[in-house]
Design a binder for this molecule. Structure first.
Ligand SMILES: [Zn+2]
Length: 91
């Protein structure tokens, strides 16, 4: 699953601070995944696996620790995007 980038969709009311840092306590609506763009030095491709524009999402630094690890941050398990998950399973 290398090359998969995790992105979070925040509640609309969440304030995003400068430098892309998310306010502590920011509310995550959904956790998505996107394929890495090999031409962009590790940045995500233009859309997630479920088709959302990645420009709308915040980068999450979580990476699966190894094979068999969840693709989403364990603390966000209930908010994982099922469409992205289905796409990841079919890779
Ligand atoms: Zn998704």
């Amino acid at each position: 699953m290398s090359g998969v980038i995790v992105l979070v969709e925040l509640e609309p009311s969440t304030e995003v601070l400068d430098a892309g840092e998310v306010e502590v306590g920011a509310r995550v609506r959904w956790v998505h995944a996107a394929p890495g763009d090999p031409d962009a030095g590790g940045d995500p491709g233009p859309v997630t696996f479920c088709g959302i524009d990645t420009d709308e999402l915040e980068r999450e630094e979580y990476r699966p620790a190894g094979p068999g690890e969840p693709w989403y941050p364990p603390s966000q398990r209930t908010r994982r995007c099922r469409a992205c998950e289905a796409a990841l399973r079919s890779l």
